[in-house]
Each structure stands twice: as C-alpha cells, then as structure tokens.
Design a binder for this molecule. Structure first.
Ligand SMILES: [Zn+2]
Length: 280
C-alpha cells in the first residue's frame, strides 16, 4: 500500500547573533557569532528538525518553539559537522526523546574529528554549551521520509568545512542549505583555498540547478526572507573574495574591500573573512 502523502510546510527559527569571549579585534565588529537558523519541516502529524543550534539557552528556546507546532518530532537532521549547528542536540533530545538523530557518515566523521573545534566553542561560550553531545546515527540512504514525502540529502562536499550537506524538499521546492549558502551574513571564507572555493561554488551551482522557490541558509540576517537569490549572492561573494585573495592585498585592505562591497551584511567578524591566523 502506498503511504498517504500529505501537504508539507516549514518554519524557520533564527537564534540571534550572540557575543562570545575573545579579545576585541583591531578591525571588524566586536566578537559575536552569526545569527543561526534551525528549520522545522512538518506535515499534518510529524516533523523533521534541521540543525539543533549550539547553546543551552538557544536550544531551550528552540525546543519550546518546536513544541508550539504540536507535531511529533520524528527526526533531527544535522547538515554538517560544525558545533554551532548541533551542540544544542541534548537539550532538544531531552524534550523529544523519541526523535531519531541522523546525519551523513561524512558529517558524523567530521563531528568525531572536530572535538578540538568544540573545545574552542566551549572556551568562547563558557558554561553555555552542554557537556556531552551524542553522535547522530549515520544515514545509509540519502533520503528521509516525512508523511510519505521525500526529503533528499544533497552531498555538497567541501564548502565551509569538509563533508557538508544540504536538504532538498521537492514538495516545497525548498532547500535547507546548511552553511553552503549564507543570507546577508559575511561568510566563513577565511579558511578557504582556491580549490575549496571552486568546490564550494560548484555546490552552489548544483543547488541553483534545482530551481528552488526558497532557500533557508544556516546563517541569515533575521530581517531577510528565504529567497533563492542567496545562492547567486553567495557565489558572487566567494568569487569576489577569491579575486582579492589572488591579488594578495594586505589583510586590512581585504577586510575593508569585503565590507565595502557588502555594506548591509551582518557579522563583520574579522576571523570570518581573514581566517584562522586572525581567529580571536
Ligand atoms: Zn555555521
């Protein structure tokens, strides 16, 4: 018997930009973490949550918001192995203990290998992150199901880190991009290379080829909607940044050129743009 398909919809929770412990940078904004999203995709009865955020406070607010939707949370999906998107998982699981937590095998591997990054996040957000975070179950199929509708996992390779993914929900013409695309937020490009930027741009082109009606980015200016134009904007940002890097101009000029080109974009943190060498 064919499972009954039901109409899906989605809703987006944005955790506001939040300060963190670090020396005040010489250029750019005071240390703060980009506003970060979590997306709930739901039908008449069930729901899938994408990325359970980072701090205990924001994951608690997220769990309250999920509960307001009155759906059974069947699944939590994690798009990539950066702790700002998943360290809130135990808080969400406390509220929804029956939810299955899944990610690709690549993401699980990045989470296992990324313990050092988690330690640095715990130093930046002291006392604000759960002590222990369970690992997701690695997916054996690139497809989730929600009330008979497919949610497709797209392997996007090395974008802002290795083994990243996005989700495609054909019934909604929706892409939940993770950190493959950013929405009016300065992008985490400081750690990129010419090769990784080319791979990142190719991933953006593959998402654009799906002609989505909406794209929810992992980081967004909360005043913005979820237009598919973010894919082209992110591509343009990577290309312009690559041109400046190729020109080997000094860091200060590079920073100024990026914020001049994107004056309305939030999170002008120097470590995002200039890289690990200048990470506070
Ligand atoms: Zn992120």
């Amino acid at each position: 018997m064919t499972a009954t398909r039901s109409a899906l919809t989605y809703d987006v929770f944005v955790a506001p930009e939040k300060p963190f412990v670090a020396p005040t940078p010489a250029v750019g904004d005071a240390p703060a973490w980009d506003p970060t999203t979590s997306t709930l995709i739901f039908g008449a009865r069930d729901a899938v949550l994408v990325d359970p955020l980072m701090t205990v406070r924001e994951a608690t607010a997220l769990a309250d918001w999920v509960a307001l939707h009155d759906r059974r949370l069947t699944t939590v999906y994690i798009t990539h192995g950066h702790g700002d998107h998943y360290l809130g998982l135990p808080v969400v699981l406390d509220r929804f203990p029956d939810a299955r937590v899944v990610a690709t095998a690549g993401t699980v591997r990045q989470m296992q290998d990324g313990q050092g990054l988690d330690i640095s996040l715990r130093t930046r957000f002291p006392g604000q992150i759960a002590d222990t975070v369970p690992l997701p179950e690695p997916l054996t199929s690139p497809e989730l199901q929600l009330e008979g509708c497919p949610i497709l996992v797209i392997d996007t390779g090395h974008t802002d880190t290795a083994d990243t993914t996005s989700l495609h929900v054909p019934d909604l013409d929706l892409i939940v991009s993770g950190d493959v695309a950013y929405n009016h937020c300065h992008m985490f490009v400081g750690a990129t290379t010419p090769e990784s930027r080319a791979e990142w741009i190719a991933a953006l082109d593959r998402l654009a080829a799906l002609h989505p009606a909406a794209v929810v980015c992992g980081h967004k200016d909360p005043t913005q909607g979820n237009p598919p134009a973010v894919l082209g904007e992110s591509r343009g940002y990577l290309e312009y940044y690559g041109q400046l890097r190729d020109a080997a101009i000094p860091d200060g000029e590079l920073f100024d050129a990026m914020v001049d080109r994107y004056p309305g974009w939030v999170s002008r943190q120097q470590f995002l743009i200039l890289g690990a060498a200048t990470t506070p």
